[in-house]
Design a protein around this ligand. Sequence first.
Ligand code: AVJ
Ligand code: FE
Length: 438
Amino acid sequence: ERAALRRRLAAELAAARARTRALTHDVFDPDDADFTRQHSPLMSPFHWDVAHIANMEDFWLVRRGAADTDLVDGVREDVDHLYDAFTNPRAGRPALPLLDPDEARVYGDRVRERALAHLDATSFDERRTLAGGFLFGMIVQHEQQHVETMLATHQLRAGAPVLHADPPPPSVVRGLPGTEVFHPGAEFLMGTSSEPFALDNEKPAHPVRVADFWLDAAPVTNAEYARFVDAGGYDDPRWWSPEGWEHIRAEGWTAPMSWERADGRWYRTSFGVREEIPADQPVLHVSFGEAAAYAAWAGKRLPTEAEWEFAARYDHATGTTRRFPWGDEDPTPERANLDQRHLQPAPVGAYPAGASPLGVHQLVGDVWEWCDSGFEGYPGFEPFPYKEYSEVFFGGDFRMLRGSSFGVGTPNARTTFRNWDLPIRRQIFSGFRCARSA
Ligand code: AVJ
Ligand code: FE
């Protein structure tokens, strides 16, 4: 059983690294300016992410005794100050004396060699290591999170396409856009105390009562969102919060990120490819303010995090809280659009095998879904293993996102996973679905 866990973690570490490479060294020569340029002040240069991933693994898997060894020296402690995300805000990262792309790759390889030796040596015994096997799973997820961030950097990069993937599967369930599903209220177990690799903010499991509500059967599509835009939604302050309105006016936003109107149609640029916007795909790259404004225009609202998780996990037939909308088995390519298998969301109705028992589709994968909740710890929250993952963000001006995007790695795709960002951000792979109180 321990050997199986070791194999699984080693495979997940390798898969995360393969994705890192696919977005960096596989597509840019080390001296390509696109490797080290800052494509947007909101993002890091790619070589910062590559070395930050290595440095985080150096700290937690090599130095901090992830295995049954005494604490040991790291591979490189001399660069810690360059890759600390807190002391180095993104906008200032290009000015730092960073490792160059080859140095960053070599650093990552040397750390990985040591980390795998520790994985071979661990007993996964919490009395002998800092956290049993948890740190290995945490580092897998950390690399996967930065891969998604680098994918968002690729989306902001100008120039010819360098990433390629198969198109998403077609819709097979028709009529989902605009359909609402009634959810009878009940008490469910929100969060988790049993997922071994859940991060601190997902814990502990605790009972939450949800009142009767309606939830959209699918994320809001481009065609639905275009009706709001075409009806003058961005010119009417009635639909917007004062801050949301102020932001779209200041930025001159008149549609989702990268949308352009030409010959009476809507176009977008997706990873360097200009294309007509696919009508039935979930709308992508909208801020919380834009999502909330659409919901208000539609006579609805955004779901709370509790409602979202209830819809994704509660099985009304048995009265139990499950891991996923379809049950307890891990996601598969038939159930959810994850792992950058496709470079865009799939049309709604493309994943009938991923639907909930009540018929809510695509809760996992495709697009992150904005929820109308702030970021707080659950009752009994304990920061682990470091306060800067979650706790320092509690009570801030953040809004939550649930459900994972097409860029999320399968190891991160839990229905308990909590993502957050500022309500004005839309360079992330964000969409939404609407709710309505009954
Ligand atoms: C959970 C996506 C908000 O990217 O800022 C990466 C994840 N934390 N390294 C982020 C994270 C530390 C985090 N988000
Ligand atoms: Fe990080």
